[in-house]
Design a protein around this ligand. Structure first.
Ligand SMILES: [Zn+2]
Length: 157
């Protein structure tokens, strides 16, 4: 078995929604990114790649590569799942935390779990997503952006 950790953050910019866990959430700002800015999925990808000692998301999907401009991060996550399978690994479970002062995440967690379970190849009860504010402290608390942490366990196929 292998454990892995991932962290990602994106700053707010122009837009009227954010995408988190593949769920489009209305918000007065968007997240600046080369892809769709899905910090949760990016943290999950990094945790899975990290557990398999396969580097990070930037190595597999370079942000200077035009084919990844604006890409749906769920596609990247499915590719990470398939890459891990090629190396003999499968996800056992995922725990994660989204750090955001706004928007409110709680009402969307169920839909995010329903996205991440098939994309990572596990049952929904193996996917946990939490959300916290930082009580207005730090860059997330000041509403400058959103961050996410993820921890995964992998097992050999
Ligand atoms: Zn990212």
């Amino acid at each position: 078995m292998r454990i892995g950790h991932g962290y990602d953050a994106h700053r707010f910019g122009a837009g009227d929604f954010v995408t988190l866990g593949g769920v489009r959430i209305p918000h007065p700002q968007g997240l600046e990114a080369h892809s769709d800015g899905d910090v949760l999925i990016h943290a999950v990808c990094d945790a899975m790649l990290g557990a398999a000692a396969l580097g990070d998301i930037g190595r597999h999907f370079p942000d200077n590569d035009a084919q990844y401009a604006g890409i749906d991060s769920r596609i990247l996550l499915r590719r990470v799942r398939d890459t891990l399978a090629e190396h003999g690994w499968r996800l056992v479970n995922l725990d994660s935390t989204i750090v955001a002062q706004a928007p409110r995440i709680g009402p969307h967690i169920g839909a995010m779990r329903e996205n991440l379970a098939p994309d990572t190849g596990v049952a929904i009860d193996c996917i946990n997503i939490k959300a916290t504010t930082t009580e207005r402290m730090g860059f997330t608390g000041r509403g400058e952006g959103i961050a996410a942490h993820a921890v995964v366990l992998l097992a050999g196929l």
